[in-house]
Write a protein that binds this ligand. Sequence first.
Ligand code: TXA
Ligand code: MG
Length: 363
Amino acid sequence: MKTETVAAIYDRRRRSQTAATERAVQLLRKGEVIALPTETVYGLAADALNPVAVAKIFEVKERPRFDPLIVHLPGENWLERVAKIDNRSRAHIKKLIAQFWPGPLTLVLDRQPIVPEIVTAGLDTVAVRMSSHPVFAEIISALEKPLAAPSANQFGRISPTTAQDVFDELGGRIPLIVDAGPTTHGIESTIIAVHDGKIDILRRGPVTAEQLAGFGKIGIVMAPKRITAPGQLPSHYAPKTPLRLIDNAESFPLVKNHRVGLLAWNASIPEKRFAAVRPLSHRQDLREAAAKLFRCLRELDELDLDLIVAERVPAQGLGAAILDRLERASHDSDTSVPSGEVPEMTNPFSFIRSRYFILNSYR
Ligand code: TXA
Ligand code: MG
């Protein structure tokens, strides 16, 4: 299949990305799977209410059928068409949505029968979010239907933050990539479940635990019962090159003839000692670091290095979400440092990491 990349060029006169939107909507209506930009990462989208179209997402990604998809809504008016919300939780959920939607927060709620089983992998719950990306928003509004969309990478690989990344992952397998430049956040949405006024964080992301703490007690993260086959799947965000997490590159011992690349956080970068260096943020700005994380990992992964070392970022705020990705990227590699080595004080979530991992190793 030929993969066409169409730039989403804003047409001032018509106040829309007309050409890209028309093409995207036409293909989605036909039950095709296409790549669209969101504010987090690029997504691989299909009509969420068309099970045959959704099945193509699993085929294109080579994703196991037991891993459920996020349903993206055209508007808040769709929320209770796809999810059941009991009266006790309604006010709490509405508050969270008022604050964080549209944006990078996904809620796991009870499913309405309208959502096909293939979307939720047979679970009674459905994950929903509303993207704030103007191009995504325009396309989904024109379609007037929810879109199922996982990240547009092959299963287990690094999520794409540019149209080129999507092409490298899925070129030849999908008819269209809508290109709107690099994504803003660079990491996937925060996923939460809400019960009795408590908030369980199932996946860390751009909306931080600190921000959510204002909306309820942050609870311990549990793995859903259906997704329990640890160790049978590749680790997540996996680069091909082994990756190791370290505290500081300056003291990292290099071995002769061993080509090591550095994903740098600290300000003093020992450029000459490494075969390649990608600084996450010269200003040590966690937002910039998150936005560049997957791009830098991809670039280092393309250099045929023997090892990538990544400096730990601070474990607060967005840093916790970045560390989470780095830890999972280093998971299967025998060079990885056990997570127990993170001092308890710097990572308030380290005690739940093992349980947290169960769910999140399946994205
Ligand atoms: O930012 C994002 O969330 C991106 C963009 C494209 O929207 N999407 C994304 O989708 O990251 P994906 O499929 O790569 O990750 C979704 C995660 C998976 O780990 C899946 O297991 C989990 O959400 N998930 C989906 N439905 C769930 C449910 N009902 N209960 C628990 N976890 C669920
Ligand atoms: Mg993913």
